[in-house]
Design a protein. Structure first.
Length: 74
């Protein structure tokens, strides 16, 4: 199955148009708004180095679930 997504606004210019399957291995700084300093802090605090690491992190997933459930209960 082919998946197409327009992710340019979510990514730094260098990664715009990148293949979706390569993005989980891209550095977290490839996300628009995440600086190299932010990336170092994420690596130091949580061991997060890639977009995939960030998306799979149990703390971030828990926070996302809590927010989603809270918003759904309104």
């Amino acid at each position: 199955m082919t998946v197409a997504a327009k992710l340019d606004k979510l990514l730094d210019k260098e990664y715009e148009g990148a293949d979706l399957n390569t993005l989980p291995n891209a550095p977290v700084s490839a996300l628009s708004g995440v600086s190299e300093s932010d990336a170092r802090d994420l690596a130091k605090a949580f061991g997060i180095k890639t977009i995939g690491d960030l998306g799979r992190n149990k703390h971030f997933r828990a926070a996302e679930a809590i927010v989603s459930l809270s918003e759904a209960s309104r």
